[in-house]
Design a protein. Structure first.
Length: 510
């Protein structure tokens, strides 16, 4: 199934998909072997490197395959099926790739990109700290300039591939100035290499999953690095970090897609061979439904991820889609694991089949590279800024059908003089249309016209007389208005607000 290509893929991308999936099929057993040995899969990582896959997203002039976001996704999706290898590959490939492409000097690109592409040395991304998780801007690791060197002090944690990596792309605080902090100009990014005095591996976490990939704490104690290891301008670390986020979220999602495919395969295999009540369990509608759900999720996750990759390759910044891809796919994987365990009963819970591992990996997916809550926060924030979500949508009362209709027509109050009586009428009329909602000052102005300041002054005098209620923003400005019950009474007679369906009997009205 993962060999299915999309019509917008280039011939080169189709070819790499075939090649990398074949590579994964051939090496699947080794991945399992290293899982059971509980050993970092160096031989497999070296094989991945030899195939050049670490260079999937790197331009050819720097030794890469130049396959863009789509090609990187294809490789991540396939290698993700090799569990730890996929995660190491993804982190190493993402350890500053987009950041380097956009912010590094030509000299830095010449030095680091061929090394990243070759996969000879692994890389790690170091954002998270003991006191800075989702709030990544709160890093406390410091970098202080001394001559041509920077002195790094602090700690990082949850770093995937710590210890086994040689290259650490870190973010450190370079300013204590409050206004810099406010403008996110307090962080700078650097590359720190393994082996420098004062740079230590502090701890390797025992985790719920990522079984044979080290998840680590790092300690920096007066680590000296040359200024040439600074990526981007001083104070621009936040921009550097953000530069790669869409790509990173997408790849963090894509690395899990292929895993769902393998779970589907396992379920077909298993349920055809497990007999209960004299029938193989794949004949039970419940089991079929579960497998169908996984197939749907696999296909939806896949098409969504590659659509997002195409947007990136077309030069767009699909902020919302990258977050959706990361959020949905990691949830899909967790669900896939849970469904597989359920469909396999006790066997699903043993480590002898891959199902339980997927539950654990999927749960990690919902936290690593930005939690699902943070993805949803991003989706809301960015979607709320889109013009399509801010277009005026007004309901206008239509007397003929005696109901509110979504309408582009002018309000019946348009052009009336701005005074207390008319403004109150506009607001009270809105009670008839939207009985539970407030109006924004712009809604009121759209209905009646006139100057904003005159309308605001009228709001204040109506509020003082307790004819309208307001909701104010942090600066104390009126953000929303609604008529009070007193205001409703004053604006229109009681009958104005009444509404009964045609079937309702007069004798039951009062
Ligand atoms: C296996 C693994 C590998 C990792 N690899 C790396 C790595 O290589 N490099 C690296 O730098 N980091 C890495 N991380 C760190 C990872 O990115 C963070 O764990 C993640 O961003 C969440 O931070 P936190 O764990 O500190 O949780 P917190 O930020 O403390 O969050 C705790 C809870 O609060 C919620 N929350 C926080 N803020 C908000 C908010 N504003 N609105 C709503 N809910 C909120 C979160 O969603 C979460 O549910 C890794 C983590 C794991 C588990």
């Amino acid at each position: 199934m993962s060999d299915e290509t999309f019509f917008w893929w280039t011939e080169e991308q189709k070819a790499i998909s075939k090649k990398v999936n074949q590579f994964v099929d051939e090496n699947f057993e080794d991945a399992e072997y290293f899982f059971w040995k509980q050993e970092f899969p160096w031989p497999l990582v070296k094989k991945v490197a030899a195939e050049g896959y670490f260079g999937a997203g790197i331009p050819k002039e720097y030794g890469g395959l130049e396959l863009g976001a789509t090609g990187s996704c294809i490789v991540a999706e396939a290698l993700g099926r090799l569990y730890s290898v996929g995660h190491v590959f993804v982190v190493s490939m993402l350890a500053g790739l987009e950041q380097m492409l956009r912010y590094a000097t030509e000299e830095q690109k010449q030095k680091w990109l061929p090394q990243m592409a070759s996969g000879d040395q692994l890389g790690a991304v170091c954002i998270t700290e003991p006191y800075a998780g989702s709030d990544a801007a709160n890093v406390m690791t410091t970098a202080v300039k001394e001559g041509d060197e920077w002195i790094i002090n602090g700690k990082k944690r949850y770093i995937t591939g710590g210890g086994v990596s040689d290259r650490y792309f870190i973010y450190a605080k370079t300013s204590e100035d409050k206004s810099d902090r406010k403008q996110y100009s307090h962080i700078t990014s650097f590359i720190v290499e393994k082996g420098l005095p004062g740079f230590h591996l502090e701890r390797v976490n025992p985790l719920i999953g990522f079984d044979n990939v080290p998840n680590t704490y790092l300690s920096f104690n007066n680590v000296r690095i040359p200024d040439e290891n600074r990526v981007g301008a001083v104070g621009k670390g936040w921009n550097v970090m953000m530069a790669g986020l869409n790509f990173e979220r997408l790849i963090a999602g894509a690395v899990y897609v292929g895993v769902i495919k393998d779970i589907i395969k396992l379920l077909f295999y298993y349920t055809k061979r497990r007999v209960q009540f004299r029938r193989s369990t794949n004949q039970f509608p419940g089991v079929q439904n579960q497998i169908s759900e996984l197939i749907a999720k696999y296909r939806m996750g896949r098409v969504f991820a590659y659509n997002c990759a195409k947007q990136l390759d077309d030069g767009q910044e699909p902020m919302i889609n990258a977050s959706i891809a990361k959020w949905f796919i990691s949830e899909y994987v967790r669900d896939a694991g849970l469904l597989a365990v359920q469909a396999m009963g006790g066997d699903g819970l043993t480590k002898f089949y891959g199902a339980e591992r997927i539950v654990r990996e999927g749960k990690i997916g919902e936290i690593v590279a930005g939690t699902s809550e943070i993805q949803k926060m991003i989706i809301y924030r960015f979607a709320s800024m889109l013009p399509e979500n801010n277009e005026p949508m007004r309901l206008r009362w239509n007397d003929e059908v005696n109901a509110p209709l979504v309408s582009k027509k002018e309000s019946q109050f348009k052009g009336l003089e701005i005074n207390e009586e008319n403004i109150l009428k506009v607001i009270a009329h809105d009670y008839k249309v939207n009985p539970g909602l407030y109006m924004t000052p712009d809604d009121v102005r759209q209905d009646i016209g006139g100057s904003r300041s005159a309308i605001r002054k009228t709001f204040e005098s109506l509020e003082e007389k307790k004819l309208i209620a307001t909701n104010r923003d942090r600066d104390g400005k009126i953000a929303l208005v609604k008529a009070t019950y007193e205001g409703l009474k004053k604006a229109f007679p009681e009958d104005y607000y009444r509404w009964y369906p045609a079937w309702y009997k007069d004798e039951d009205k009062f």
